[in-house]
Structures are given as C-alpha cells and as structure tokens.
Design a protein. Structure first.
Length: 323
C-alpha cells in the first residue's frame, strides 16, 4: 500500500515493525526464524494503520498505549493467512515462500497458533479491558466461520448476493471495522464518532474484498501475483461471476464449469470469457465504489484534517488499485 497516505503515522509504523519482530522472538531459534519470516514477508499493514489513524483521531492518543493493540491486529491477520496458506496448499504469498512451503504444514499451523497467542498476550499486557479482548476473540472466531462457510460453498454456486456479502463481511469487512473501532476506543473518541469510524472500516472492507475478487478476473497473473481465475478454480463464486450467472446467455455453461471440481485450464479460460462478456466487472466495480463513497461520507467532521485526509486516501487507493 502506498506509504504516502500514511505519512501522518509514518513514525508510528516504524515502531510497529520493531514491535512485530519483538513479538515473535522466542527462546527457540526455529520459532523465532519462522515468526520473523512471516512478519517480514511484506504486507500492506492496512489493519494496524487503520487502528493507529483511529487512535490519532481521539483526544487522548498515546502511542505506547496503542502500539500493542495495533501489533496484535497485524499478528492476528498474519496468523490467519498462515492457516489459509496451509488450507490452500499455497507455495508463495507476496512473492515470498509460505511457511508451509519453506518448512511444512505442521510447523506452519503451529507457528500460526503461536502468533495468535502472542497477539492476545500483547492485548493482555496492554490492559485494554474485557471489551477489546472480547471483540478480538469474536473476530478470530468469525474469521474461522467465514472460511468454513466458504469451504462449504465451494463449487456450489449459490446465486444469492446476500450469501456473497455475508461471506466477504466475515472474511474482510469485520476485521477492518474492528481495527477502526478499537483504535478509536483507545484514543478516547466519543462513542458516536467511534461508531462512524467502525462503519467506515466495514465499508472499505467490503469494497476491498469486492475489488480483490474483481482483480482475479480483470487483471493479468503478473499484475496480481497469482494465476488469473484462481477463485473460479477453487470453486469460489465472486460478485462478477454471480452477476454473469444471472445475466449471461451462457449462464448454464458457466454454471457447469464453476460447479465442476475437475475443471481444466481451458474451462477456466472459457468461464473468464463468459464473465467478461457481461457487465459483471462493471457491476462489481460500481458496488465497490458505492461502499467507498459511503465510507468517505460517514467520516466524523471532528477528525483532524490530516487524519481525515489519510482515511480518504485509503478509500481512493482501494477503489483505484490494480494489484
């Protein structure tokens, strides 16, 4: 993610990197090696950045108090990705070997568990109280539920838009909502303004995942760093495909492809062609833009100008990104 939008918290993010390395250090050399590999393998740092921006927006921002929470949020995200990579049998992420590829599935799963534990240890040390701990525990549970739902629905091609929005809310939007909400809480922001920032987080989270799903169809493999049509190959029905299943004259052919676990590369190419021949891409882009417009509109007027500007830049980046 472009650093320019986070100039206002650039120093904070530098401290975050130090805290991440400190958090995964362990007496055992292998544990430290795996943890260090995971937290230094790139990443947008979007979640801790949103937390820090929200905390800055409150009247009682304190970096020392906020940093353990921001670090915990990034660790939870990292741990969830480690487990996802094992499930997906992924060899690389962000151009670097995954933990399961570099070591093995057993080490990767245990490393993910360790990082989850380190996250909650930081939250306990931060003394944020039961509400923050409870919200983070709910989040981790919800991430798991979202993955279970996605796995259950693979190759089933539900045509219900509500099912899709429910899935991406659990997968992405709930996490960004909580980052904004808890940052605002530790920064001492009034409840109504914290609620508005939570809604902002939800909206950009929905847009982020819709855009991610869109790029899987509209971009090249080189641009997105993975094979185009990966979601189709995995039997995951995204919004552009869902639209095509409703609108295309070739909807029956598309349905037969996306519900076939044994689809070939040629089948995937044909499915992509069918989707691209409809308004599926434009439809998904319009939905993402709708969420982003609402996100920007709901930002509290009381936010410091530089913080509000950063939030607006984040929304614009999500709408414009092509990777």
């Amino acid at each position: 993610m472009s650093n320019a939008m986070f100039d206002v918290i650039n120093d904070d993010l530098g401290h975050l990197e130090e805290k991440l390395l400190e958090a995964v250090a362990a007496p055992d050399e292998l544990v430290t090696e795996v943890g260090t590999h995971l937290v230094t393998s790139g990443g947008k740092r979007l979640r801790p950045a949103l937390c820090l921006l929200s905390a800055h927006g409150g009247p009682s921002f304190d970096l020392a108090h906020t940093l353990p929470l921001a670090t915990a949020l990034e660790l939870i995200h990292t741990a969830s990705l480690v487990h996802d990579d094992v499930i997906d049998k992924a060899d690389t992420r962000r151009g670097a070997p995954t933990a399961n590829a570099k070591w093995d599935n057993k080490i990767a799963i245990l490393a993910g568990d360790y990082i989850f534990a380190r996250a909650f240890h930081l939250v306990t040390e931060g003394g944020y109280g039961d509400h923050v701990s409870g919200r983070l525990a709910w989040l981790v549970g919800n991430l798991s539920v979202g993955e279970i739902i996605q796995d259950k629905e693979m190759y089933r091609a539900s045509r219900d838009e509500a099912d899709y929005y429910n899935r991406i809310q659990k997968k992405t939007a709930d996490f960004l909502e909580i980052c904004c909400e808890l940052g605002a809480r530790v920064g001492g922001m009034p409840q109504d303004e914290a609620d508005a920032l939570a809604q902002y987080g939800h909206d950009i989270g929905m847009a982020f995942q819709i855009t991610d799903d869109l790029l899987d169809i509209s971009q090249t493999s080189e641009q997105i760093g993975k094979p185009v049509g990966s979601d189709i190959r995995q039997g995951i029905i995204t919004l552009p495909v869902l639209r095509a299943l409703h609108e295309s004259d070739d909807r029956d052919e598309l349905l037969a492809i996306v519900t076939n676990p044994s689809m070939t590369d040629k089948d995937v190419e044909r499915a992509l062609d069918i989707v691209k021949a409809t308004d599926g891409i434009a439809f998904a882009k319009a939905k993402a833009d709708e969420y982003l417009a609402h996100a920007k509109a709901i930002l509290p007027a009381s936010l410091p100008a530089d913080i509000k500007d950063a939030y607006e830049q984040v929304a614009e980046f999500i709408g414009d990104r092509d990777f």
